[in-house]
Design a protein around this ligand. Structure first.
Ligand SMILES: [Zn+2]
Length: 312
């Protein structure tokens, strides 16, 4: 029997009834987690992630690298860690040719469930973080990058008239056909709005905007994006010390204003300066409970909505 057909409650690990934080991890889905091996040092590989997640009673993870597709690793991890769902993804950064329909088509055939628009190689990433290809302190590429790589221009999704090009149109068509998640990556507010509108018009059903605080979107801009039918993914990374982009009360307030039903939470962890995924998710659940989110609301953020996005 395929594991995804087992309803989440049946896979629950036994937990202390006073530990709602742990109970919320039972059936949790992390749609955004980084892993080794990578260009950057990472705290866990997909097997370690899957074993930890499964032990906590989690249901699924979607593994992410900025540079290469992860569907092959996801398939092998499923084999090594049975009865737990690991999904693959790809990010349209320069190592796969940017917004490259050929790479996207192949990755979809490999089984990815999420496609990121450019992240670290997005022109907007350099505006937000001051660097392309890395994140400055805390996420630098081992051995640096070559002169050749440094000279590559960052990726802009819109032309001078504010329109998307034929490659991106084809990529959107492929994503719509495959019915996978289109993640808006580290692109600008203007790029996100344009791509989300195009994607909706072409029949993409699952669109996600990651870590709005990391991207320095205002809550008003985030709500505008959500109004286009985009799910907002608030990440533990935004409230953790290295990239601390929001206080916990700002984080909670933003989720309230956007609306629980239009948000998910994920870890975006894997960096050496952050806790391992399961602990990052547990902390985030507990902090939300302390900010008066109900257990059902947190369950919606970490279980129901992310599962609906990720599962075919
Ligand atoms: Zn990430």
């Amino acid at each position: 029997m395929n594991d995804s057909s087992i309803p989440a409650p049946e896979r629950r690990a036994r937990v202390n009834p006073n530990r709602i934080d742990l109970e919320l991890l039972n059936g949790a889905v992390d749609i955004h987690i980084h892993h080794a091996p990578d260009l950057y040092a990472r705290i866990q590989d997909p097997i370690e992630l899957a074993e930890d997640a499964k032990a906590a009673g989690m249901r699924a993870i979607c593994i992410k690298r900025h540079n290469f597709p992860t569907a092959g690793l996801a398939a092998l991890t499923r084999k090594i860690v049975p009865d737990f769902d690991v999904f693959g993804s790809m990010a349209c950064n320069r190592q796969v040719g940017g917004v490259n329909p050929l790479a996207v088509e192949a990755a979809i055939k490999y089984g990815i469930r999420q496609l990121w628009m450019p992240t670290i190689d997005s022109a907007n990433h350099s505006r937000v973080t001051g660097s392309v290809g890395q994140h400055g302190r805390g996420l630098t590429i081992k051995g640096g990058i070559s002169e050749y790589a440094i000279k590559q221009p960052p990726i802009e999704l819109l032309d001078a008239n504010g329109r998307i090009g034929p490659e991106l149109e084809e990529v959107i068509r492929l994503v719509a056909d495959a019915d996978i998640i289109l993640n808006l990556g580290h692109t600008s507010f203007r790029e996100m709005v344009t791509v989300a509108q195009e994607a909706k018009a072409k029949g993409v059903r699952r669109i996600v905007c990651d870590h709005p605080f990391f991207l320095k979107l205002t809550v008003e801009q985030t709500i505008e994006i959500a109004n286009l039918g985009v799910t907002i993914n608030y990440t533990a990374g935004e409230i953790l010390p290295r990239w601390w982009r929001a206080s916990m009360s700002e984080f909670s307030d933003a989720i309230r204003r956007v609306g629980v039903a239009r948000c998910v939470i994920s870890s975006d962890c894997g960096q050496l300066h952050n806790p391992p995924m399961v602990e990052a998710l547990r902390m985030t659940c507990q902090l939300l409970l302390e900010d008066e989110f109900t257990a059902d609301e947190v369950r919606s953020l970490i279980q129901t909505t992310p599962a609906a996005l990720l599962y075919p």
